[in-house]
Ligand binder design. Structure first.
Ligand SMILES: Nc1ncnc2c1ncn2[C@@H]1O[C@H](COP(=O)(O)OP(=O)(O)O)[C@@H](O)[C@H]1O
Ligand SMILES: O=C(O)C1=C[C@@H](OP(=O)(O)O)[C@@H](O)[C@H](O)C1
Ligand SMILES: [Mg+2]
Length: 172
């Protein structure tokens, strides 16, 4: 397996990457980063503003740059954005620089967990968020599976329990 000192969380919106990533970093005494939070920090704008001003393409350019830079680190937990794996460069980078943990959940949970959150413009502005999430799942699931070193279901478990499961599965 690739460099065990970095742990990268991938998976769809609402799988719990940001929440579980923070918990995992705390438990393992590693530094935590979130690619969305990093983009917001660098631009001084929230994700929906970046989408509005620069389009999804502009956001993806920023995301790729941030992931490229953050994966230079060792000893970090990185929660990626759900669409980051569209980029082949990101997939290669994540695979090469750490252990990739794929967090999975049902569409029902995704809908419930993302319902009132404006930080996800792809669904916040959609007429039918469920349809969008289903479509994205069809397109992206093979890409998550392609680079996942381990896969964890996050449906009925608290963030803390999922974090512990990751630690156990990785033998840390
Ligand atoms: N395992 C879980 N059980 C219940 N709620 C969760 C769980 N993981 C995340 N959540 C909640 O779901 C929402 C989305 O989680 P988040 O970590 O932002 O997901 P992601 O980064 O994968 O989009 C948050 O409100 C969070 O508190
Ligand atoms: O799936 C996506 O394309 C996106 C997921 C979001 O992150 P989370 O997966 O952390 O919600 C955020 O990067 C942006 O709204 C786009
Ligand atoms: Mg997130």
């Amino acid at each position: 397996m690739a460099d065990k000192r970095n742990i990268f969380l991938i998976g769809p919106m609402g799988a719990g990457k940001s929440t579980i990533g923070r918990q995992l970093a705390k438990s393992l005494h590693l530094e935590f980063f979130d690619s969305d939070a990093e983009i917001e920090r660098r631009t001084g704008a929230d994700i929906s503003w970046v989408f509005e001003l620069e389009g999804e393409a502009g956001f993806r350019d920023r995301e790729e740059k941030v992931i490229n830079e953050l994966t230079e680190n060792t000893g970090i937990v990185l929660a990626t954005g759900g669409g980051s794996i569209i980029s082949k460069e990101n997939r290669n980078r994540l695979s090469a620089r750490g252990v990739v943990v794929y967090l999975k959940t049902t569409i029902d949970k995704q809908v419930a967990r993302t319902e009132r959150d404006k930080r996800r413009p792809l669904i916040a502005e959609a007429e039918n968020p469920r349809e969008v999430l289903e479509q994205l799942s069809e397109e992206r699931t093979p890409l998550y599976e392609e680079i996942a070193d381990i896969t964890i279901e996050t449906d009925d478990q608290s963030a803390k329990i999922v974090a512990n499961e990751i630690i156990e599965k990785l033998g840390l």
